[in-house]
Write a protein that binds this ligand. Structure first.
Ligand SMILES: NC(=O)c1ccc[n+]([C@@H]2O[C@H](COP(=O)([O-])OP(=O)(O)OC[C@H]3O[C@@H](n4cnc5c(N)ncnc54)[C@H](OP(=O)(O)O)[C@@H]3O)[C@@H](O)[C@H]2O)c1
Length: 368
């Protein structure tokens, strides 16, 4: 029941976990007020990321139900949490979607940083449901907002945080990919995959891009990929053996899972390292134990939210500076394949999960 006189706005919401983009709806909800340390952002534009659809389908919730710190939940505290400290609950619908985007700060709830951001165009991220940013006005912790330069178009500013930071951290901090070594990256036609190729050109390591079709092959080659392997008609392990003179790759990034990850593991050279950071195939990884043992391989998982929660404020600040510098150089530039108004969010999400996209699907929520 909405009180008379309450100002309403549009928000993109799901009522329950669902596999169907058509179940995503637009609700009229009260205009929210920021609390201390928070800002209210008039949203301009947001990308549709794979993670947004994960929140529709309940992928995070199902994954977190399995982790050790969510076993033994009690009736008094049945929450499923992202962290062992149980401070970051994984929400369940109904909730508002939207992991990141760009907007203009129209109000502050007080606090130095929040006040300082009023009137600025900011990239916001890291929140997602229950109070995601796919709405006309979003409430965001001021520490999760970064003022963006005027010169950066809304499309790029809307994708300023999640993929660039993840790509940078996995390559530079987790894998520490050495110059002249090989890095293999799966779903390489993704926004994140293309950024990794550009980082490779800049830092002097070689990239093997693994894709399931030719949709992004020409672009990956033009960005400087050293090789593109189309797994719909090429055997990955044979090709990587050929490319690396039988030595295999030193580093690999996989966001697909399923049988592909088992093949990626077989592409690692001695002491090779694989980082698993996505589940696009939605299938468990399977491989013989000795595929791991014989090359002394290391397999590591990566989830940006939990990684960032473990870093000091100073380290995060340095990270943001590094990402800002690379953004200015165009390292994280992302193509857009279609832009939809908020009202067509179901069509936008359906377009985002179609195979063979060559750029991001965007939601246009407002104008500058
Ligand atoms: N762990 C973390 O903290 C973290 C942070 C950021 C992003 N991510 C993950 O990074 C990945 C890439 O994100 P993005 O935003 O860059 O993606 P994106 O630009 O939306 O592109 C997704 C790509 O995935 C490919 N793909 C989809 N399903 C596939 C399948 N079953 N097998 C092979 N390829 C498949 C598509 O290739 P086609 O052209 O063949 O259709 C498309 O190129 C996602 O898994 C995302 O969840 C993880």
């Amino acid at each position: 029941m909405i009180e008379p006189g309450v100002i309403l706005m549009k928000a993109v919401r799901v009522q329950a976990f669902t596999q169907r983009p058509d179940d995503i709806g637009i609700d009229e909800v009260p205009l929210p007020e920021p609390a201390h340390g928070q800002i209210r952002v008039r949203m301009l534009m947001c990308p549709v990321h794979p993670s947004d659809f994960h929140f529709v389908r309940g992928i995070y919730y199902q994954a977190l139900e399995r982790v050790i710190w969510n076993q033994g939940r009690t009736a008094a505290d049945p929450r499923v949490c992202f962290d062992p400290g149980r401070s970051n609950e994984c929400p369940v619908p109904p909730y508002t979607l939207g992991a990141e985007g760009v907007g203009i700060v129209d109000a502050s709830g007080g606090g130095l940083l929040a006040k300082h951001l009023v009137g600025k165009r900011v990239a916001v991220g890291g929140g997602g449901p229950p109070n995601g940013v796919w709405q006309e006005f979003a409430i965001v912790n001021a520490r999760r907002a970064v003022a963006v330069p005027d010169s950066l178009p809304d499309e790029q500013a809307a994708m300023y945080l999640a993929n660039p930071i993840s790509a940078y951290v996995m390559v530079k901090e987790v894998l520490k990919v050495p110059r002249n070594s090989w890095l293999l990256v799966t779903a390489a036609g993704s926004a994140l995959g293309k950024s990794v190729v550009r980082i490779g050109k800049r830092e002097g390591f070689r990239t093997i891009c693994v894709v399931r079709s030719s949709a992004n092959t020409a672009e990956l080659a033009s960005l400087g990929a050293d090789a593109v392997v189309e797994t719909d008609h090429v055997d990955l392990v044979t090709e990587v053996a050929r490319l690396t003179g039988g030595q295999g790759v030193r580093s690999a990034l996989d966001c697909v899972g399923g049988s592909l990850t088992g093949q990626v593991l077989r592409c690692l050279g001695l002491n090779g390292q694989l980082v698993v950071y996505g589940t696009l195939a939605d299938a468990p990884i399977e491989f013989p134990a000795r595929d791991l043992m014989m090359p002394l391989a290391q397999v590591t998982g990566f989830y940006l939210g939990n990684w960032m929660a473990q870093q000091s404020p100073l380290r995060l600040l340095r990270l943001l500076h590094a990402v800002k510098r690379l953004t200015a150089e165009g390292v994280f530039e992302t193509d857009v394949s279609g832009t939809y108004p908020l009202e067509q969010v179901s069509a936008a999400v359906a377009a985002s999960i179609k195979p063979g996209r060559t750029g991001k699907v965007m939601l246009r929520i407002g104008t500058r």
